[in-house]
Ligand binder design. Structure first.
Ligand code: PGA
Length: 220
């Protein structure tokens, strides 16, 4: 079996001090963490990418970075946006199309498609979120995270059986993508998902905010 992805989506959480502390705890416990066949990725807010990268590099931590979003435009006069080239300086991955972006920021297929185009052109690996098996997966996307909105932050994850069904549908149409599950995954329930056919990892929100929980989850 290939390696599994564990992606910590910090969303709009953590100050600089809190991020430093998280990485400090992770570093202090690094021997407790089983990194075997795992790609561990942290997706902090844009403001913390550089700081996290500096700490990861200085301590040779086996962790990659992702942004949580990207501008649908190249560099230029787009006030407030952070473009793919800027992200690439610090991160290897980008999350695109999270349902919170669709819900609160009116993101639609066209915007998602432009974002994927920008990210791919800059050499970022795209983690595209889909809400169900009917969402279109963009070309050149390598990782697809199935995240049913009702499971996000609710404490009610989707059932392993239903996740497997959705994965089957998606892999029928997009045989090359790696499939992740996200939605109320935590250190207590992660074991129940590990045997799902075609599962390549997890997108983890709430349970990734506390370093101890995250370490326990990684060892799950
Ligand atoms: P959750 O969030 O783990 O807090 O449910 C997952 C996500 O939205 O990526």
């Amino acid at each position: 079996m290939d390696k599994k992805y564990y992606i910590a989506n910090w969303k709009s959480n953590k100050t600089s001090d809190e991020a430093v502390n998280f990485l400090k705890v992770l570093q202090e416990n690094i021997d407790r963490v089983n990194f075997d066949k795992k790609e561990v990725i942290i997706a902090p807010p844009f403001t913390l990418l550089e700081k996290c990268k500096n700490i990861i590099d200085a301590n040779s931590l086996p962790i990659k970075l992702s942004s949580q979003d990207v501008s649908p435009f190249p560099k230029g006069a787009y006030t407030g946006e952070v473009n793919a080239q800027q992200i690439k300086e610090f991160a290897s991955y980008v999350i695109i199309g999270h349902s919170e972006r669709r819900r609160y920021f009116n993101e639609n297929e066209r915007i998602i498609s432009n974002k994927v185009g920008e990210a791919v052109e800059s050499g970022l690996d795209v983690i595209q979120c889909v809400q169900d098996e009917n969402d279109k997966v963009e070309e050149h996307v390598s990782l697809v995270a199935y995240e049913p909105p009702s499971a996000i932050g609710s404490g009610n994850p989707d059932s392993p059986e239903h996740i497997a069904e959705v994965f089957n549908h998606i892999s029928d149409i997009y045989p090359k993508v790696k499939l992740l599950y996200g939605g109320s995954v935590n250190e207590k329930n992660i074991n129940t998902f590990l045997n799902i056919k075609n599962l390549s990892g997890f997108l983890i929100g709430g349970a990734s905010l506390n370093a101890d929980s995250f370490i326990t989850l990684l060892n799950g």
